[in-house]
Design a protein around this ligand. Structure first.
Ligand code: DCP
Length: 557
């Protein structure tokens, strides 16, 4: 297997997740332009999730409901339930979807509604079990292949008959195809068992699968083969890549005077190392060529538990009392959720982070500070939080005012470790470690762009898959032809076929001749060289319908 293509990694992300949660509760909201909003106090509340029907009208997250309704008068609005004066966002639906994904492979939960899956082992297993079975294009109906052309509906219909031969098991493209098959099955199980739809990216690492996932949302999956990376990266802004949406990405673009991910390939590794440090330089050198090696770490639990509340416009917090009040409300929710997490998952968080947005220039007004988390108790959590952000108040401690006013408060607990035993928990609960404080100013990483709304129907896929497979098969043909040329045919170890039934032929006995055109000369050439009885699987193309048509032929010399 080629370097960097040893694994198959998928990123699965639920489509407009909170909208789907509300639609399941109230099916009348299905297939409508619909949003989930929180609070009503200002301009009808702020939008946190948007259905794809509403996105088509230009409605986006963080818009005010009143503004969104001017864009889409039929907009349906589901309200998030409130508790402690703020949105009460249930985590239960998230647990359901993570459970379904875990049935198919090792998963690393990445957020409330997305997870990475390392499919490498599952694919190997599947290939063993599949033996001679073929992958029918109709099994990959919702699969797009990045970099391969979509075909016309007539071709799709005809291509339904075609089958994808597995060829040689080690081909990276074959592994991606089988990975896509597993994810199709997982997505079907997801919809059946939870009622939720999702999208996925399937490629060789986390960065590529994350990128691929956003390319054909919603309810679609996208395979990103390595040989499509160069073209994709040639016009892909650096900030769209996982981990490069923030300061590092901006610094790379500025330092090197480049815009797109592909531009990075112009720089030698040593130069990247000089600018960004040896480790990052090496990482970037590989990354711009589509290679990345971060493992999918088995983890089904979130890395942090947090809650936040925005105070936009006139509601921004301009007094110390308001800041303390809302920190306490957030702390009450955090205490509840941490306590439940400790009971259910047997772990405790050791670090508390307080984030704020201040009214003013967007780039400079976002701060977070962290301290040790010593007790799951709202009063302690809010007191410690206040203590570590009070220096941001330029009005001074003696004043009732808070300047500049705050437009967002965020509390989050992280750095989990196993909960101590009973006595230990008591110790944890009663301990009162002095808070260690640090100031970190943050910039918000930019998320992937809103997925393009594509109207292409799912049934376009067979043609695409066909094209993808055709290319993989072509490579196989070149390799096989070379192998045949290189070896002493007369002494080949391939045993004579014992049956005229193709399904009695094992993979190791097959020679796959894949051709974009019917190439009888290939078969003739091989038959001339092949002195003994040999099994050939010939891939022909039916030109009258202009579609690739696979057929198996058993040929006896
Ligand atoms: N969410 C939120 N506030 C944010 C971002 C997200 O409350 N600033 C919630 C609502 C989303 C859910 O988290 O439904 C998942 O967020 P995603 O970013 O995955 O977005 P969606 O699932 O809503 O849409 P998409 O289909 O684009 O992934």
């Amino acid at each position: 297997m080629e370097y960097g293509q040893e694994r198959v990694v998928a990123l699965v992300d639920m489509d407009c997740f909170y909208v789907q949660v509300e639609q399941r509760l109230n099916p009348a909201l299905r297939n409508t332009p619909c949003v989930v909003a929180q609070y009503k106090t200002w301009k009808g509340g702020s939008i946190i999730a948007v259905s794809y029907e509403a996105r088509a009208h230009g409605v986006t997250r963080n818009m005010w409901v009143d503004d969104a309704k001017t864009l889409c008068p039929d907009l349906q609005v589901a309200r998030v339930r409130e508790s402690h004066g703020k949105a009460d966002l249930t985590q239960d639906a998230s647990v359901e979807v993570i459970e379904v994904m875990s049935r198919f492979a090792v998963i690393e939960r990445a957020s409330i509604d997305e997870a990475y899956m390392d499919l490498t082992t599952a694919i190997q297993q599947r290939l063993k079990n599949m033996a001679d079975k073929q992958i029918e294009p109709c099994m990959l109906k919702a699969t797009y292949i990045q970099g391969y052309p979509q075909t016309s509906p007539e071709q799709e219909a005809s291509a339904e008959d075609a089958a994808l031969d597995k060829g040689e098991q080690s081909a990276a493209e074959l592994q991606l195809t089988v990975g896509a098959l597993i994810i199709e099955e997982m997505r079907a199980a997801m919809e059946k068992d939870t009622g939720f739809r999702c999208s996925a990216g399937i490629s060789h690492n986390k960065v590529l699968s994350k990128l691929a996932c956003g390319l054909n949302k919603p309810n679609r999956q996208t395979v990103l083969p390595m040989d499509s990376v160069t073209e994709l990266f040639s016009s892909l802004p650096i900030s769209k890549i996982r981990n490069l949406g923030g300061k590092l990405g901006a610094s790379i673009a500025e330092t090197l005077g480049i815009e797109n991910m592909g531009d990075l390939t112009r720089f030698p590794q040593a130069q990247l190392g000089q600018h960004f440090g040896e480790k990052t330089g090496q990482w970037l050198y590989d990354l711009c060529r589509g290679m990345e090696f971060e493992a999918v770490k088995p983890r089904q639990l979130p890395k942090s538990i947090g809650c936040s509340k925005a105070f936009s416009g006139k509601t921004s917090l301009a007094s110390k009392e308001q800041v303390q009040y809302w920190l306490h409300q957030l702390a009450l929710e955090l205490e509840e959720r941490l306590t439940k997490d400790r009971e259910v998952n047997g772990r405790v968080a050791k670090s508390l982070t307080v984030g704020v947005h201040q009214l003013g220039d967007r780039k400079q007004n976002s701060f977070s500070r962290c301290c040790a988390l010593v007790r799951y108790e709202a009063t302690k959590l809010s007191d410690d939080s206040f203590a570590i952000i009070k220096s941001l108040n330029t009005a001074g401690n003696q004043q009732a005012a808070w300047t500049p006013p705050l437009t967002l408060l965020h509390l989050s607990a992280s750095k989990f470790s196993d909960a101590p035993s009973a006595g230990g928990i008591a110790g944890f609960l009663s301990s009162d470690v002095t808070s260690t404080q640090s100031l970190i100013s943050t910039t918000q990483p930019s998320s992937l762009p809103p997925a393009d709304l594509k109207n292409d129907s799912a049934c376009k896929q067979p043609g695409t898959i066909q094209a993808f497979f055709q290319k993989a098969a072509d490579k196989q043909r070149q390799k096989v032809t070379k192998d045949v040329d290189d070896c002493d045919i007369g002494s080949t170890a391939i045993p004579p076929a014992s049956s005229s039934q193709n399904n009695s032929v094992t993979d190791s006995q097959r020679i796959l001749i894949a051709a974009h055109r019917p190439r009888p000369q290939d078969a003739t050439l091989l038959l001339k060289k092949w002195k003994t009885q040999t099994t050939l699987l010939v891939l022909c193309q039916d030109y009258s319908q202009n579609i690739a048509h696979l057929s198996s032929h058993y040929v006896k010399s």
